[in-house]
Design a protein around this ligand. Structure first.
Ligand code: GFB
Length: 318
């Protein structure tokens, strides 16, 4: 690892998204860090020339690449071209321009869906590229695998300290609550809220309810990313997960309980289940000295408070 300068300039790409904004919140407490951000109007990360110019001008010490086109199972399955193309172009532009500008350190964020659909559980980092992917999100996964390999290639060929962190399913402040494109946790918060307000007796949950998912609060992820930035410097991906998983039915029951909804759950099995299970093995980050702090119920309570305060006024005025 290269020496840590006194005041580090860190460019957070994707600072307005759920993950990027959590990383900015986490870094903003650190007086030793100057945070650089750029809106899409200033620097469209899909514009290669603009990205190269911006990084050549600003020359940050470190880049955290949290910008991505993300979405839930239905969005991934419906817009394969967008998920593959936009993510590939963002990654190649930022990683390539980082190297060209002489930026020696970069943290790339992937996703647990890069691992094979039937990888042995919990999924070790060594499972990468050992089997076929889950079809509903293979487009996104292939783009993320390309990003991982770009980091690895710049490390191998040019000695760059580019690392790749794999989060499990995330939730938290600034999540997407659009029912067509969101992930399951914000979708269920919104569905239970609307059912409660309308006095409905049922909430529809997609799929069979049997798939298992590992949920990490985005503030924990941001803390893990900053930790790895300073404590990990390897070519292999490193997992950053919560350490345990729940079925979608169990998740729905927890949310129902937190929100005080008294109706019943109805499972819409015409909707896809996706991968049956993707619990990651996070023993490598644990051995380095990091662990998550926010339990699932506590995290859901805080997101529900945020949803009521920040989202409900917008949704009801729309
Ligand atoms: O969160 P989710 O969309 O992402 O879905 P994935 C997780 C599970 O929840 C699936 C079920 O089995 C869904 O069928 N589910 C139940 C719902 N009700 C709902 C609902 O109202 N909305 C949604 N969205 N799901 C994504 C990948 O997979 O996860 C991405 O497509 C990425 O590539 C991301 O990896 C973290 O875990 O299935």
């Amino acid at each position: 690892m290269t020496a840590v300068p006194a005041r580090r300039r860190i460019f957070v790409a994707g600072h307005s998204g759920m993950v990027g904004s959590a990383i900015v919140r986490r870094l903003s407490n650190d007086p030793g860090v100057e945070i650089l951000t750029a809106s899409r109007a200033e620097v469209d990360l899909r514009d290669q020339t603009r990205v190269h110019t911006y990084l050549a001008e600003t020359r940050p010490d470190i880049i955290i690449l949290a910008a991505a086109k993300v979405g839930g199972i239905l969005a991934n399955d419906t817009y394969p071209a967008d998920f593959l193309y936009e993510n590939l172009i963002i990654e190649t532009n930022v990683i390539g321009a980082a190297h060209a500008a002489g930026v020696d350190r970069l943290v790339f964020l992937g996703s647990s869906c890069i691992y094979p659909k039937f990888a042995p559980q919990p999924i070790a980092e060594s499972s990468l590229l050992t089997g076929p992917l889950e079809p509903t999100n293979e487009w996104y996964a292939i783009a993320k695998i390309a990003g991982i390999k770009l980091c690895e290639a710049f490390r191998k060929q040019h000695g760059r300290h580019y690392i790749s962190v794999m989060p499990c399913n995330l939730y938290g402040t600034n999540d997407n609550f659009d029912l067509k494109t969101s992930h399951v946790l914000p979708a269920l918060i919104r569905k239970f809220h609307e059912a409660k307000v309308a006095g409905q007796k049922e909430v529809v949950v997609w799929g069979t309810g049997t798939p298992l998912r590992e949920f990490l609060h985005v503030d924990d992820l941001a803390d893990g990313v900053v930790f790895l930035m300073d404590h990990y410097d390897g070519a292999e991906t490193i997992n950053c997960g919560a350490g345990s998983d729940v079925t979608i039915k169990e998740l729905a029951e927890i949310i129902k309980d937190v929100m005080g909804f008294s109706g019943t759950l109805v499972f819409d099995t015409t909707k896809p289940d996706g991968t049956p299970r993707k619990l990651m093995d996070s023993s490598r980050i644990a051995a380095l000295g990091w662990k998550p702090r926010i339990g699932l119920k506590q995290g859901i309570e805080s997101v529900y408070e945020w949803f009521l305060r920040e989202k409900v006024p917008v949704l009801t005025s729309a």
